[in-house]
Write a protein of this length. Sequence first.
Length: 158
Amino acid sequence: MNGCTARPVPPAALDELRVTDDAGRAPVPRTDTEGGAPLRCCLRRSRAGERTALVSYAPLRRWAARAGADPGAYDEQGPVFIHAERCAGPDPEDGLAFTHAHRTLRRYSAEGRILGGRLVEPGGFGPALREAFDGPDVEFVHVRAVEYGCFLYEVTRG
């Protein structure tokens, strides 16, 4: 979608998560034998043979620390797949990732408070994302998987 940017897990956070995740555990890298895991470091699906790790990530907590906000009760952590070692990050030509399935868009204010959410049907992602940013109080949007509720990535204006 024009005017929006998909933001993977930031590189500095990835470096930290590869040592200790946001639940305080060391990651356990493994070779992905099948492929298909949604990687939050490069916003694509894993390929068979790649080394990945499933780590606990707290996106709102990390955003709040950078923004000087208090996420309060909205602070949460959940599982995300990342490459076990540094990767090249997202391909800028790919645009918004993981959009061809049921998704949830969760809108947040500059204070880190949830302003609302929406279930998005396959094929309706672009219009739903534009609508999510219609509100002047919306600072960013989290894109989440419906099946497990997992954080996929953050979208910001510009």
